[in-house]
Design a protein around this ligand. Sequence first.
Ligand code: FNR
Length: 363
Amino acid sequence: MMNITNVSEYEAIAKEKLPKMIYDYFASGGEDQWTLKENRNAFSRIMFRPRILIDVSKIDLTTTVLGFKISMPIMIAPTAAQKMAHPEGEYATARAASAAGTIMTLSSWATSSIEEIVSTGPGIRFLQLYLFKDRNMVIELVRRAENAGFKAIVLTADSPVIGRKEASIKNRFKLPSYVRMKNFEVMDLEKLYKTKDNGSHTSVVNGLYDQSLTWKDVKWLQTITPLPILVKGVLTAQDARLAIQAGASGIIVSNHGGRQLDYVPATIMALEEVVQAAEGRIPVFMDGGVRRGTDVFKALALGASGVFIGRPVVFSLAAEGEAGIRKALKMLHDELEITMALCGCPSLKDITRHHVVTERDRP
Ligand code: FNR
């Protein structure tokens, strides 16, 4: 095993191991990458107000998400094409998530199918959904997720079109021929690449997405499935309220890891506004830049019910396969545990807004 002491260290190893085109695809953000960097920087501007002399001899990290008990408030975000990181791809992620007792979200663009994920053994899984123009594709995917025992649909709402990741434009990124979009066996991307005018990955994907997606479609989704729907990509109070009105069971505050619209705020900065608008009616989760147990604690203190991680999974997978993801999850678990002890919070419900100071609190 590699001598790694925090999840951020996996990125440099992944960079060395992976072909440039693939590392750049995983690592990049939109345009100037301001939001990508700000997702991390904003965490560093939040400080703790620890409480002392509280019995922290037992720390409980367990929590419940949509009624499912998990070992810690740290879950796996959907990231596409994990077999580009490692031959085991999403299989490794599914096994590592189950071993850690947490939830895995499978991307629509996974390189292992819904059914293949189930074949790795039991686990709590969500399916991430893009709304395609071809609604039959959506209906079939949701049906397969239901049959496979997936527990929720994560509807990604921040990507009517793909953001401009300039490294990928320069590299002329295309999915390598050794990976396939396993949830859509009928979809021949290579053929689509050839038929599209400029043949870029982005133009092919944009051609499949439904740019006319609205809140009505969130309601439509509820007519085709009894599964709870989490809306991913909410950054404002207004949209939080609309998500509740549209019947969402939860919200994920996300800026797609800084890969879509550049110059949106860091998610940890947008979180509180969304939490306040949700008024406790549905749970609010967040992702973006979570790399430390202290980051998780800060998100919980600002009202999140849990966090998701994206790049730490692909980079630890690239570096050390399933063992890498297990280690990444364990490091985040242990860091959160220590942070809770040092802040005087024996359980997650003890973490409050009073335990952190943000820029908003200063005059
Ligand atoms: C993503 N993300 C993403 N989101 C989604 O809804 N469907 C997807 O297929 C993907 N694919 C994807 C690929 C890669 C390489 C990355 C880095 C991200 C976004 C993801 O779910 C999540 O919002 C961010 O990754 C969270 O930020 P961090 O943890 O990567 O900083």
